[in-house]
Design a protein around this ligand. Sequence first.
Ligand code: MF3
Ligand code: CO
Length: 248
Amino acid sequence: MITLKSEREIEKMHNAGKLLAACHREIATMIKPGITTDEIDKFVEDFLEKHGATPEQKGYHGYKYATCASVNDEICHGFPTDKPLKNGDVVTIDMVVNLNGGLADSAWTYAVGEVSEEVQHLLDVTKNSLYKGIEAAQVGNRLGDIGHAIQSYVEGENYSVVRDFTGHGIGKTMHEEPTVLHYGKPGKGTRLKEGMTITIEPMVNAGTWHSKMDPNGWTARTVDGKLSAQYEHTIVITKDGPIILTEQ
Ligand code: MF3
Ligand code: CO
C-alpha cells in the first residue's frame, strides 16, 4: 500500500532532509586522497548525534554502519573500510537520517582529488539523470515516466542504468511501496499522487548494467569492473510539482 503523507509528516522528513544535506556538504569538504570511508562514517555518526538525529541504516537488517560507502566499481551498499581513498577514485556515500521520527535518504558520488574528464562525465550524467527523473515526478504522471526520463537520457550518453536496485517509497520506514524503477515506459505504472514521498536514486554504470554480489551479501559491484555512480534525493510530489526534501 502506498501511503500519502500529511503536511506534518512531510515537514518532519524535510527537517531530516535538510540535516542530511548539511552532512553531505561537510563530507564534500572532507573527501581527499588519504581519507578512509571509516573516518567519513564516524564523522556522520558524530554529526548526526550532535544534531539530535540517528543513522537509520545502522542496525537495518543487521547492517553495521551509518553510511554505505561504495568505491569505483562498487554499485551500492559498500561497507566503510580503513583503506585510504586514492586520487582519481569515486566514492558514493549513501545514508538515511532519522530526526524525530522523520526519515530522509540521499546519496552522492564524490570525486577524490582529480578525476579524468571521462569519469567526471559519468558523474555529471548520473546527477543530471536524477534531476530528469525528479522533473518527471508530476501529479498525474506515472512511475514509468520517471524511469523512462532517466533511462532514455543515460542510454543516450552510452551508459547503462542498474536494474537490480531501485528507488522506493519512504516514510515511517526506510523502504515502503512503491518500487521506483530507474528504467521504464512512459505512461506505464502507478499514477503519481500528491503526498507521495519517494526516493529517486539512479545508479549509472560506465559499462553494462549487470551487477554481482560480494561474498559479504551486501555489496553489489559491476560485473565488468567498470565504474558506477549514484545520486539520490528524497522527494514529495505536490500539485505544484516535486519538492526535493534532501536539499537546504
Ligand atoms: N540508503 C539505501 C537506499 O537508498 C539503503 C541502504 S541499505 C542499508 O535504499 F541497509 F544500508 F540501510
Ligand atoms: Co534510498
